[in-house]
Design a protein around this ligand. Structure first.
Ligand SMILES: Nc1ncnc2c1ncn2[C@@H]1O[C@H](COP(=O)(O)OP(=O)(O)OP(=O)(O)O)[C@@H](O)[C@H]1O
Length: 311
């Protein structure tokens, strides 16, 4: 069973529907990035999933519970929606102790270990009011990690951060991923999300346009490669008779495009070199999340234009 599952979620504000039948699943141990531009419905989707908003229709299950029964999950679920929750007049350490008291007698994580994990050890005695936005975000994440959650949901963990702050939060996400915490993150920062997510869902205008493992979304699973070698014609002949290699059409005359089986790359490289070709490059052809996204936006705009033209 997925850690979090959303089925056919719709949300209307008055007569205006802003989430149009979104279905997605976050597998245990995954880092799922819900990405999309401002206003695409990320926060609304997460809010419905977490019982903060009542969906117009659709079903949600979070660690096997419905959004109305999330209190039963106790510390298994943690949510960071707002980074301003720290008590400003308390120090970083006092904030964590305060949250620990609110958590009751549960088996909580050691505060020094947590401070180390989120990179705030040196600021343990600084007042929360003196922290930068990135430091406040990391304090909020530390608070969310106190009760050792299995699933951590973060709305826009990167917004408003400078480059260093982004790097620190991404490093923290990677550490959590390696510990096996399931993460659901929303963000419009595609480039950065690509560095940390294992799965991605692209929301556009309230519709989930793409959903799946990052490798598949980026076309990494397709096995497409480019080869630059001379003489190119001989390289083409060699490629054509090498096992696990399929020649694809290429618009360029100075390279080959191929689909390679998983063990095809070393086999082809060896064959090319052994048969006297100079091999300059053999690289995987893949897209970035940004280019995938731009393609979707173009398709969305074209569909909207067609709709306007025909209605
Ligand atoms: N309370 C509300 N009443 C009416 N419309 C709303 C309300 N909250 C959100 N919306 C609208 O719903 C749509 C989706 O908003 P949402 O905040 O979910 O998007 P988002 O992808 O999280 O955007 P952002 O990146 O800006 O946070 C937007 O068009 C927004 O204007």
């Amino acid at each position: 069973m997925p850690a979090l599952e959303i089925q056919s979620l719709r949300k209307r504000y008055g007569r205006h529907e802003v989430v149009h039948g979104v279905s997605l699943g976050v597998e245990e141990g995954a880092v799922y990035g819900l990405v999309g531009p401002n206003g695409s419905g990320k926060t609304t989707t997460l809010s419905c999933a977490l019982g903060l908003l009542r969906p117009t229709s659709g079903t949600v299950s979070v660690l096997g519970e419905s959004p109305r029964r999330l209190h039963r999950l106790g510390g298994r679920l943690a949510v960071v929606f707002d980074t301003s929750i720290a008590v400003r007049d308390l120090t970083v350490r006092q904030n964590l102790r305060y949250l620990a008291r609110l958590n009751g007698k549960r088996d909580l994580r050691d505060e020094d270990e947590l401070l180390g994990q989120v990179g705030l050890t040196a600021l343990a005695d600084a007042r929360a009011s003196s922290l930068s936005l990135g430091q406040r975000k990391r304090l909020a994440i530390a608070g969310a990690l106190l009760a050792r959650p299995e699933l951590l949901v973060l709305d826009e963990p990167l917004s408003g951060l400078d480059t260093l702050g982004v790097r620190q939060v991404l490093a923290l996400m990677r550490g959590l991923r390696d510990e096996g915490v399931t993460l659901l993150l929303s963000s419009h920062r595609l480039h950065e999300m690509q560095e940390v997510v294992t799965h991605v869902g692209v929301l556009l205008g309230g519709e989930l346009r793409v959903d799946g493992p990052l490798d598949e979304v980026l076309g990494r699973a397709t096995g497409r490669h480019r080869v630059r070698a001379t003489p190119l014609e001989r390289a083409r002949e060699i490629a054509a008779r090498t096992d696990g290699v399929e020649l694809l059409d290429s618009a360029r005359t100075d390279e080959l495009r191929l689909r390679l089986a998983p063990d095809g790359a070393p086999r082809l490289a060896r064959a090319l070199v052994e048969e006297g070709c100079e091999l300059f490059a053999l690289e995987r052809e893949e897209e970035s999340l940004q280019t995938v996204f731009e393609g979707l936006v173009d398709a969305h705009a074209a569909a909207a234009t067609n709709f306007e033209a025909t209605s």
